[in-house]
Write a protein that binds this ligand. Structure first.
Ligand code: ADP
Ligand code: ADP
Ligand code: ZN
Length: 219
């Protein structure tokens, strides 16, 4: 069925959106929640990093923005998402602007929005210690969530690397961009009665249990 036909029949993709500053734990919680709730995890940051690595047209356009810690332009992001959204999703990293949120309303049904809070200092501390698997994308942290064998992914044996944008300067820039452009979406979704919030500065398992409770409440 074409997207237009699905829109008319209201058979839209539907799911959950995660909001939060860099390092809040969106990727970590998204992986846990998607597995538990049977949702398809869509991380726009991860998709973009793959496009950059493969040297696609989109990757070439996106790279400079990502390296500076700025947002990739809305029209590129909306087109990219529209071609991948399907079924029951858990969105991690989209929307990041009001423009993107409005576009999402036209192509999907957002059922709940989980906002994860974290301070700027905690963000910097966490992200300078973040490592990711070059093969499967799994997240680790040298301090709070280390791999069993240093430098090696527990899940697939892949090599752990540091993201190009996880330097203190770019981390702070991303935090400011979040506050200016993405944090206002909490109000956007609060007005629609969709927002729930959780404090991200606690143990991964505690945040997960609280998130599950909030997402299942009132459904
Ligand atoms: P985001 O997707 O929001 O940028 P990640 O899920 O990648 O965040 O987490 C950022 C870093 O912090 C990773 O190194 C991750 O292992 C670690 N981390 C995630 N959640 C927690 C937590 N609750 N406590 C401590 N460290 C965490
Ligand atoms: P974080 O761990 O900081 O939350 P992501 O992995 O979600 O970061 O995103 C990394 C980078 O990819 C962002 O700094 C931005 O340049 C780009 N990006 C990802 N999603 C979007 C989006 N929805 N709109 C614009 N840019 C995006
Ligand atoms: Zn791996």
């Amino acid at each position: 069925m074409s997207r237009e036909a699905r829109r008319l029949s209201r058979d839209l993709p539907s799911g959950i959106v995660l909001l939060g500053p860099p390092g809040a734990g969106k990727g970590t919680q998204a992986a846990l929640l998607a597995a538990r709730l049977g949702l398809k995890h869509i991380s726009t940051g991860e998709i973009l990093r793959e496009e950059v690595q493969q040297g696609t047209e989109l990757g070439k356009k996106a790279r400079a923005y990502m390296d500076r810690g700025e947002l990739v332009p809305d029209e590129l992001m909306i087109e990219m998402l529209d071609s991948r959204l399907d079924g029951r999703f858990l969105l991690d990293g989209f929307p990041r602007t009001t423009n993107q949120a409005e576009a999402l309303e036209r192509i999907a049904k957002v059922e709940r929005v989980l906002s994860i809070r974290l301070s700027e200092e905690e963000t910097v501390r966490r992200l300078t210690a973040r490592r990711v698997c070059a093969d499967c994308g799994r997240n680790y942290n040298l301090v709070s969530n280390p791999p069993r064998v240093p430098g090696v992914c527990d899940a697939c044996g892949g090599r752990l690397i540091q993201r190009d944008d996880d330097t203190p300067e770019v981390i702070r820039r991303r935090y400011r961009v979040y506050e200016a452009q993405t944090a206002p979406l909490r109000e956007f979704y609060r007005q629609r009665g969709l927002l729930v919030e959780v404090e991200g500065g606690r143990a991964i398992e505690e945040v997960f249990q609280e998130a599950l409770r909030l997402l299942e409440e009132g459904r």
